[in-house]
Design a binder for this molecule. Structure first.
Ligand SMILES: NC(=O)C1=CN([C@@H]2O[C@H](COP(=O)(O)OP(=O)(O)OC[C@H]3O[C@@H](n4cnc5c(N)ncnc54)[C@H](O)[C@@H]3O)[C@@H](O)[C@H]2O)C=CC1
Ligand SMILES: CC(C)=CCC[C@@H](C)[C@H]1CC[C@H]2C3=C(CC[C@]12C)[C@@]1(C)CCC(=O)C[C@@H]1CC3
Length: 345
């Protein structure tokens, strides 16, 4: 059964609503009777009942005009991790988020839900059943993570019960599902180039992959539980499928589902990590002369070869969260949604 909110709480803006997660969130919010606007630098297919505001979230005036009469803001915009562009990450995730907070306060927005990332505590070393009490990474593994940490701190510190501006951060991990422009396309592209033959390490490392609808569910619950007297205010929450899976089993299920062979040959983790580090430094040094993007970045190798799965007990206790789609069903729906990426298509 769908719980309906009081009308005053139903007007929301999704910043980054044209993206993978943002678009799924917009669809769910509409389904639940919210009145939804989107703010994004780019627009994809229009949705008839959604007002679209094109703009950069670093532009306060553009934000202010999109925030008129809005009481709830979802901020799920970020440059893609693959861009590896320090200036861009700092401008959008740090300065931009600070601008979003100021604009929300000026416009009288009451609640803000940030899409953070579980990676804010990941330093490239094993994390098993990590809780939100883990400290932020002291040595973040890339600029994306570094700026996601700053972004989350800014948003949680802005939570102020007295002035009536309430904030919460959702930390998803390994989001996958239909229309994802990253995970499955990168995987298939790597397979097509004959580079998906190898397993990094012994292949037993457990990881969270979270179906997009579960991540959306976590966002909606957080928004609806965010009240001045609730324990949700100013806190971060891991949202996962609560079914950690071996990284390489997940990759294999997607690949085999799309008609590609599963990786088989093992390579030592430290050897591949060292190689990725060398390539990354080389790419940095040669940037003024030539530009190349290695497939094996240190971050990707660390993600592929270590344990990183998180406890979502806090979300279960504080918001009554429980995943709505199982991993098996999520993988099935994802594979079915990419007929054009099937081998031989
Ligand atoms: N995809 C994943 O596995 C995970 C994603 N996240 C976070 O979830 C959020 C959404 O990620 P995705 O949907 O995967 O990314 P996405 O790249 O599909 O969507 C991001 C959206 O933000 C917009 N955007 C970027 N810069 C902007 C700016 N300056 N002004 C306005 N809009 C801007 C983009 O145009 C895009 O539509 C991000 O904050 C990301 O850090 C966190 C953990 C895992
Ligand atoms: C759980 C989690 C945070 C997943 C993030 C998703 C992406 C970072 C992955 C999507 C496809 C993955 C991938 C690799 C690393 C991680 C991803 C980019 C490899 C580059 C790892 C090394 C290989 O052998 C090739 C892989 C291609 C796919």
């Amino acid at each position: 059964m769908t719980t309906r909110l009081r009308p005053s709480n139903k007007r929301c803006l999704v910043i980054g609503g044209s993206g993978f997660l943002g678009r799924h969130l917009v669809e769910k919010l509409l389904d639940r009777g919210y009145s939804v606007s989107v703010f994004d630098i780019c627009q994809n297919d229009e949705l008839p009942s959604v007002t679209f505001h094109q703009g950069d979230l670093c532009d306060k005036q553009a934000l202010l005009s999109a925030l008129k009469d809005v009481s709830l803001v979802f901020h799920c915009a970020s440059p893609a991790p693959a861009s590896d562009n320090r200036e861009l990450f700092e401008r959008v995730n740090i300065q931009g988020t600070s601008t979003v907070i100021q604009a929300c306060k000026e416009a009288g927005v009451q609640k803000m839900v940030l899409t953070s990332s579980a990676s804010v505590v990941f330093e490239g070393k094993d994390i098993k059943n990590g809780k939100e009490s883990l400290p932020y990474a002291k040595k973040p593994i890339d600029y994306y993570t570094q700026t996601k940490i700053m972004q989350e701190k800014l948003v949680l510190e802005a939570c102020d019960r007295e002035s009536g501006f309430l904030t919460v951060a959702i930390r998803p991990h390994g989001i996958f599902g239909p229309r994802d422009p990253q995970l499955v396309p990168i995987l298939v592209d790597t397979a097509c180039r004959g580079k998906m033959k190898f397993i990094i390490g012994d292949g037993t490392n457990l990881v969270d992959f979270t179906f997009v609808e579960n991540v959306v569910h976590g966002h909606v619950l957080a928004a609806e539980r965010l009240k001045a007297d609730s324990s949700v205010c100013g806190k971060a929450y891991h949202i996962t499928n609560d079914e950690p899976i071996r990284f390489w089993d997940f990759m294999s299920e997607i690949l085999v589902g799309l008609g590609y062979p599963a990786p088989r040959y093992h390579l030592p983790y430290l050897f591949v990590y060292g190689l990725a580090l060398l390539l990354w430094m080389l790419a940095l040094l040669l940037r003024p002369l030539i530009s190349f993007k290695p497939t094996f970045t240190p971050m990707r190798v660390a993600l592929a070869g270590t344990h990183h799965y998180y406890s979502c007990d806090r979300a279960k206790d504080d918001m009554g969260y429980t995943p709505v789609v199982s991993l098996k069903e999520g993988i099935k729906r994802t594979v079915e949604s990419y007929p054009h990426l099937r081998r031989g298509a």
